[in-house]
Design a protein around this ligand. Structure first.
Ligand SMILES: NC(=O)c1ccc[n+]([C@@H]2O[C@H](COP(=O)([O-])OP(=O)(O)OC[C@H]3O[C@@H](n4cnc5c(N)ncnc54)[C@H](OP(=O)(O)O)[C@@H]3O)[C@@H](O)[C@H]2O)c1
Length: 323
């Protein structure tokens, strides 16, 4: 039997999922004992030209997607809280597994979606929301359940890390390094979320929910971007053997959760010192393991598609996760 899947969004990530499912058909079939078929794609602008098989339903109407008989999984790769949340909720209520990359939506509504998914006996995969292709959610969810996690420190925004690396290596001012990030396609035309720390903040809140079962009050999290750093700051740090890294930190202090996202000076023995360019990395400090650092591509078409597809393939057929 074919596993029918729908794709919400056909931008960088949506196209990555579509192409990866087609290029890895054999591997998916072997893993799932069934073929996965993208039967529908939801988009916003019907006039854009897209490279989609004519047999696939391409629509701007979510109701048409929900009405597909036997639809089993929805890959959500659209932008912002809404309509992403409503679409994911309705898909879950219809009995579909949902795999999302939408961090802005999941940071706010993840808890509700996970609870609903449990009630409906389906899974929500959200690996792609945090650190792109780096399997941090699954590592925590599956491998660190007995360990008492004390702290998480992470580089969660590849654009900021790339800019800091360029500023240091090429002695560039912030604006020039940002322009290079945009030329490489790492930074959006409006890079505000990346360079001001918001993007890393959403990902950190998702990690907080997973690790500690709750989030700190959003207005009490210190969020600072990298846009105030000058080449002189970076050079001065370098002379002392230090590097600025944009670090998202999360730990429990007594009964409260402490979190911050800001540029931090680190020395060569720090786990995140050597993380360069667009990479992301997450260091987890835990009672039994000590500390581990996972690193790799934090965004992009195929790393993000990889996270979504692996998330789906590894979770398919298993019980919904604990909330
Ligand atoms: N890009 C990355 O590397 C990356 C990594 C991790 C997570 N994410 C997350 O993944 C999601 C998608 O990112 P992206 O980079 O692929 O964005 P994108 O390139 O801007 O694509 C967004 C897609 O969503 C569609 N869309 C937007 N609003 C919609 C609506 N109301 N109804 C139906 N379709 C709608 C757009 O339709 P049209 O094509 O018609 O405009 C477009 O196809 C975001 O939540 C992002 O935060 C991205």
């Amino acid at each position: 039997m074919t596993i029918k899947a729908a794709l919400l969004g056909f931008g960088t990530v949506g196209q990555g999922v579509y192409e990866a499912i087609n290029s890895h058909r054999e591997q998916l079939t072997k893993r799932l004992n069934n073929e996965v078929e993208i039967v529908a794609v939801l988009i916003k602008n019907p006039n854009k030209k897209r490279d989609i098989d004519p047999a696939v339903l391409v629509t701007t109407d979510f109701e048409e997607i929900l009405a597909i008989p036997g639809l089993e999984v929805v890959f959500e790769a659209i932008v912002g809280e809404e309509p992403g949340f409503s679409y994911c909720l309705r898909a879950v209520e219809k009995g579909c597994h949902v795999i999302t990359a939408n961090k802005v939506m999941f940071a706010k509504y993840g808890k509700i979606l996970l609870k609903k998914a449990k009630e409906h006996g389906v899974r929500i995969g959200y690996e792609a929301t945090t650190a792109g292709g780096v399997p941090v959610i699954r590592t925590i969810e599956q491998q660190l359940q007995v360990n008492d996690i004390q702290k998480v420190e992470a580089i969660l925004n590849g654009t900021s890390n790339f800019i800091l690396t360029e500023m240091r290596e090429k002695q560039l001012p912030f604006e020039k390094a940002l322009a290079r990030a945009q030329q490489h396609g790492y930074a959006e035309a409006d890079p505000g979320h990346d360079i001001k720390g918001k993007d890393a903040f959403y990902k950190l809140m998702i990690l907080s929910q997973l690790v500690f079962g709750s989030q700190p009050r959003w207005d009490q999290v210190e969020v600072k971007g990298i846009d105030r750093l000058t080449p002189a700051d970076i050079e001065k740090a370098g002379r002392k053997g230090l590097r600025y890294k944009h670090i998202a930190e999360l730990y429990r202090y007594g009964n409260t959760l402490k979190a911050s996202v800001k540029p931090v000076l680190v020395a060569a023995d720090h786990a995140l010192y050597a993380i360069e360019g667009v990479n992301n990395a997450v260091t987890i400090y835990a009672s039994l393991i000590g500390s581990i650092t996972l690193s790799g591509p934090g965004a992009g078409k195929f790393p993000t598609a990889s996270a979504m597809i692996e998330d789906f393939a590894s979770g398919y057929g298993r019980l919904p996760q604990l909330v």
